[in-house]
Design a protein around this ligand. Structure first.
Ligand code: A3P
Length: 305
């Protein structure tokens, strides 16, 4: 099916206003909300993408730790080629090293760098291309407390819109939509539960990580991640402190202070300019307390899928 027919299908889908003040409808496709740009990429991936057994697919809902998990995974798989003074992460945003399935690869799935087994996606588990689910490639998922994920998403959208001379909705209005499940790739709870249930059914295929736990004990989880994706650290590497070096290179403090992430621009694949710095805000657990009232927090906590 051609892109034109994707557009036709999308025009028939249920539609809601998104989080910006104009030009930003979200459409309900296979149970999740998304802008037409991303849905076209998802449809194309579902139709054409063929995964390889060596693929490692980083799956996330937006603003739950994608930039970090991409960085850690890339540092793990490239550690015999690069070290913490030559890593591509020192001069590139991780999103420019690990392609997004429905954005970067959507037009040319066959054009992948054969040396890079990593790719990423925000697509919910039940809508992943069949070959990712059926074949033996690995999936790594990270989830985050919905209150922090909401606050992070709200700020991300607001910071992006500044460059387009547009405004986001008021936080309270965006919160209402989020609670109703109307957010990019939402409902958030369905996204998390889809991968959680699949990880219980297929623990050898899907590693389910949590942002808070990873922040508390990154070294342990980086070892676990390396084991799971088939790049375990040798005892000699562990003795030499390689795990700690990767953790420190990929820390929020280090990455957010690199010139590329302070002043660089993300390759423009989605519509509009994206400054690298908007992928780095605070990187804290519990920042929601500065933005949500106790009532709002209680409401989010009470939502079930
Ligand atoms: P905050 O907005 O709460 O600061 P994503 O990468 O999925 O877009 O998620 C972005 C969130 O991850 C932002 O959260 C961002 O600051 C945080 N983040 C980015 N890099 C990080 C890192 N290296 N370690 C921990 N958190 C990071």
């Amino acid at each position: 099916m051609k892109m034109a027919s994707f557009k036709e299908i999308i025009s028939t889908l249920p539609k809601r206003k998104g989080w910006k003040d104009s030009n930003n409808d979200l459409f309900l496709y296979q149970g999740f909300w998304c802008s037409s740009f991303f849905i076209e990429g998802v449809m194309s991936a579902q139709q054409n993408f063929q995964s390889q057994p060596s693929d490692i697919v980083i799956c996330t809902a937006p603003k739950t730790g994608t930039t970090w998990l991409k960085s850690l995974t890339l540092a793990i798989v490239t550690r015999t080629t690069f070290d913490d003074s030559t890593s591509p992460l020192l001069t590139n945003l991780s999103h420019d090293c690990v392609p997004f399935l429905e954005v970067d690869l959507a037009q040319s799935f066959t054009n992948r760098d054969p040396k890079n087994p990593l790719l990423a996606t925000h697509v919910p588990y039940s809508s992943l291309p069949k070959s990712i689910i059926d074949f033996s490639c690995k999936i790594v998922y990270i989830c985050r407390n919905p209150k922090d994920a909401f606050v992070s998403l709200y700020h991300f959208i607001a910071r992006r819109l500044v460059f387009k001379d547009m405004k986001p909705l008021a936080l309270e209005e965006a919160f209402e939509l989020y609670c109703q499940g109307v957010s990019s790739y939402g409902p958030y709870w369905d996204h998390v539960l889809g991968f959680w249930k699949a990880s219980l059914d297929r623990p050898d295929k899907i590693l389910f990580l949590k942002y808070k736990e990873m922040m508390e004990d990154t070294v342990v989880y980086v070892k676990k991640l390396a084991d799971f994706i088939g790049y375990p650290f040798s005892s000699e590497e562990i003795k030499k402190g390689l795990v700690e070096k990767i953790v420190s290179m990929c820390s929020f403090e280090n990455l957010s202070n690199l010139e590329v992430n302070k002043s660089g621009k993300h390759h423009e694949r989605t519509p509009g300019v994206i400054e690298n710095k908007i992928y780095f805000r605070k990187g804290k657990v519990g920042d929601w307390e500065n933005y949500l009232t106790p009532e709002m927090a209680a409401r989010l906590d009470s939502i079930e899928s």
